[in-house]
Design a protein. Sequence first.
Length: 94
Amino acid sequence: MTSKNAFKLTRPIVRKDGEISEVEITGAISQAGSLRGLNLIRVANMDADSIATLLTRVTAPALTQKEINEMHMLDFIGLAEKMVPVSYTHLRAH
């Protein structure tokens, strides 16, 4: 899956069907529907709950709220940081 939008997890997420060691921020980040029900100010301020909800909508493989809540703090921060340039790039491309 390695792409410029991919993030390698420091601690893989274990699922019944295997481990997830890399997560990609998908093109869904550029869709307004991904922000449905979220407070834009909280998203812009990187509020943890808002970012966690947004990550469930824009990751591949799709992460669950439980997986995001239980992930290592460095992985959560890394994914949040990865979303910023990806969303900006998608906005500038349109």
